[in-house]
Structure formats: C-alpha cells, structure tokens
Design a protein around this ligand. Structure first.
Ligand code: DEZ
Ligand code: MG
Length: 300
C-alpha cells in the first residue's frame, strides 16, 4: 500500500527516514521551462536539514554542465557533481564498460547533451547536432549513404532535430551486429508544459523497428545507471529515497535499487495508476506535488 503524504506529521516522518534524495527532473521539478510550485523552497528546506541531493534525469538533451545553467535560471544553485544524467551514464558506459576504442567514433542521434558528455570522457563522435546530418532525404542524399567502418556505436536519445536521413545513416550502421546499439533512455513520452510529447523511446523505436535489434538502455531504470550512481555517491540504499513522476522509470529504478520511493503527480503517471489493480510498482509514498513537503510544514 502506498502512503499519500497530506499532513505535517507525515512530512516530518518522511524527512526523518532519509538523508539522501535522488530527484528526477522533468515532471518533478519542472515541466519544460515551467518551474513547478514551491520547488525552490523545498530544495532549500532539504538543504537546511543537511540532506544530500542528487539530480538523476533521463533527459539526455543537456549535459551536467548545461543543467547547472537551467537550475540557475530558476534561482536554484546546483553543482555539476550533484547531477547525473542519462547522457553522462551513456558516456561512462562507453568509456568504462565498453572501453570504447580511440580510433572509433560514436554516431549520435540526439542533442548537445550527449555530445558534451562524450567529449567529457574523450570519446569521438559524429552526427547529433552537426548540420551535415540535418539533410533533406532525397534520392541523391539517400543514395550517398554508406556504412562507415570507423563508427563503432550508435547512441540514440531524445532528438529534437530528427530526420529520415539521420535515421537511415544510423540504421545502416546497426545492421552490422558488431556495431553497438545504445540508447540513453527509452521513456515513451516527454512531459513538457503540462502535455505529454514524444519521448526518447519514440525516437529509439524507429531504429528498433527498422533494425529488429534491442538497444542497451542506459538511463533509469537500468542497472547500469544504478550501479554508476551507487558507486559515484556511495549510496546507503536504506537511507536513500528516489523521487519521481514515472512508474516504469523512476519508481522502478528506486525499487530495483532497494531505495525508498516517493512519487509526485505533476508529471507522467497519475494517482489512479498507483491505486489501480496491479500497478507496475507501488511507491512507498506519494503526494500531489513536490512543493507540498514545504507547504505542509508551513501549517501550524
Ligand atoms: O523522453 C525523454 O527523454 C524523457 O521523457 C525525459 O527526458 C525524462 O526526463 P526525467 O523525467 O528523467 O528528468
Ligand atoms: Mg520525470
């Protein structure tokens, strides 16, 4: 059974239970460029109580560095090493797990976040935001496509500049079984300004359908990402809580990692999904929005 947090005593007991909070971003802190209510106050409250905060997002469009800028725009000070995104998780996987060779390149289907994190670990890449890949698909441009043997992996994430030419190039590469097929994350939708838009999973889906291959997915709820986060932050799972808006990524990630789970209803999944029959995951706690933690403590 999931406990809905609705009063001051429950907030105090909840905060007492954990000393580290892993925060999802889209749908929890903000929705696109719209900051959700009392997020700033809640983060300040947790910091004032000596809690450790780590921001674990599946959104690969921005690097850790770029995210410090997004937080700053909302008046929230967050350092780069408090952020762990799926773009970084993918870069770590390529460099540390696959030991990706220096003479090979990654073909990126995605945004600047992936490019910057690959640069941060010294991995060569092509594609991504390079205008040379934002080409109209004509008979001539498609005929010019050929497999490039210097490409050793295709890494796909949320690509806001998707086109047929880029997807065709990526498909030609992963038709070679020796070429790694990786995804930063496979979220089907992307919460933005209160609506659900196509997610990275929709983009990756075009390559899954056309290639018949399944990528290694490196965002939440993957073990690869949890192992990286646990190692990077020396987590004590019993004193750590995962805060998210999505059952099949955030809450699954927390549950698989042996962490506490707190879901907020400002993003992808709603109360009826949690309370319905056989929910995928039953969060330990939930609330209408993150800011309630602060608001309820203001009540006398
Ligand atoms: O499509 C995506 O990539 C996701 O919807 C999105 O980025 C999720 O980000 P998160 O909620 O993990 O911060
Ligand atoms: Mg989210």
């Amino acid at each position: 059974m999931s406990t809905k947090i609705t009063n001051k005593e429950q907030v105090e007991a909840f905060l007492e239970s954990y000393d580290t909070f892993l925060f999802d971003c889209d749908g929890v802190l903000w929705s696109g460029t719209h900051l959700l209510p009392h997020v700033v106050e809640t983060i300040e409250l947790l910091r004032s109580r000596g809690k450790r905060l780590i921001f674990v997002t599946n959104n690969s469009t921005k690097s850790r560095k770029a995210y410090t800028g997004k937080f700053a725009k909302f008046g929230i000070t967050v350092s780069e090493n408090e952020i762990f995104g799926s773009a970084y998780s993918s870069a770590v996987y390529l460099s540390k797990v696959l030991n990706f060779p220096k003479d090979k390149k990654v073909l990126v289907v995605g945004e600047k976040g992936i490019e910057e994190e690959l640069e941060s670990v010294g991995i060569n890449y092509i594609g991504g935001t390079d205008p040379a890949y934002n080409v109209e698909a004509t008979d001539a441009s498609l005929a010019s496509l050929a497999r490039d043997e210097s490409i050793g992996a295709v890494l796909c994430g949320l690509d806001l500049h998707l086109n047929y030419y880029k997807i065709s190039k990526a498909l030609l590469q992963i038709q070679d079984p020796n070429c790694h097929f990786l995804a930063t994350n496979i979220d089907s939708t992307f919460p933005s300004a209160g609506r659900l838009l196509p997610g990275a999973g929709t983009i990756v889906g075009t390559l899954i359908t056309s290639s018949g291959r399944t990528p290694v997915a490196l965002g939440k709820p993957s073990d690869e990402m949890m192992n990286c986060v646990k190692e990077a932050y020396h987590l004590d799972p019993s004193k750590t809580c995962m805060v998210g808006d999505r059952l099949n990524t955030d809450m699954k990630f927390g549950e698989k990692g042996g962490l506490g789970t707190f879901m907020v209803l400002t993003g992808v999944d709603k109360e009826e999904t949690i309370l319905g029959t056989n929910p995928l995951v039953t969060p330990k706690f939930y609330a209408d929005r993150l800011g309630l933690l602060y608001e309820l403590l203001q009540n006398n």
